[in-house]
Design a binder for this molecule. Structure first.
Ligand code: AR6
Length: 175
């Protein structure tokens, strides 16, 4: 399903399969891999990805760093570190918003036109999915309103339940 004149697409699927300029990784501060989408991206990209992330010196929560995509169909990986959910009083909303803003900013700085996001922080880090989805879609909309270089942002939902939540909130936030 697409929104904002086709510039935002909500899909259900595996982000490691997407042929885009960059996929975003929901990483941890070490940038040395982990479980969830991070593990899937490192497995699909191959060991060269870890070789490159080892040189980056980690990443702070809400910040983003870029690498090549290696064996992925995506040309690059933008690694961002979402906040761990502690109940909502630890600046989690702002830190999650920063992940989306800084990832999109890095994409623009690198001349990238198409980017796909997973639902950052909503797995192992425990951020409530509906609250995270609203923040994600609001940040994407606000960014695209100011930028005209990004052609397409894909929200890649892992599973039907997340897809349906994204669709429902997108109908509200993006129309
Ligand atoms: N494609 C798209 N989305 C996926 C995929 C996939 N192949 N696999 C999982 N997801 P999580 P977090 C979804 O836990 O909460 C790692 O160990 C998943 O269903 O991957 O930010 C890191 O190293 C969920 O909707 O990331 C960190 O230590 C979303 O991706 C920690 O987990 C995010 O879930 C980060 O936790």
């Amino acid at each position: 399903m697409s929104y904002l004149n086709g510039r935002v697409e909500i899909i259900e699927g595996d982000i490691t399969k997407l042929e885009v300029d960059a996929i975003v990784n929901a990483a941890n501060k070490s940038l040395l891999g982990g479980g969830g989408v991070d593990g899937a991206i490192h497995r699909a990209a191959g060991p060269e990805l870890l070789e490159e992330t080892r040189t980056l010196g980690g990443c702070e929560t809400g910040e983003a760093k870029i690498t090549k995509g290696y064996r992925l169909p995506a040309k690059h990986v933008i690694h961002t570190v979402g906040p761990v959910w502690h109940g909502g009083e630890k600046n989690e909303d702002e830190l999650l918003a920063n992940c989306y803003r800084n990832s999109l900013k890095l994409a623009v700085e690198n001349g990238l036109k198409t980017i796909a996001f997973p639902a950052i922080s909503t797995g192992a880090y425990g951020f409530p999915i509906e609250r995270a989805t609203r923040i994600a879609l609001e940040q994407i909309r606000a960014f695209l309103e100011k930028d005209d270089s990004i052609q397409r942002v894909i929200c890649c939902c892992f599973g039907k339940r997340d897809y349906e939540i994204y669709r429902r909130i997108a109908d509200e936030v993006l129309t």
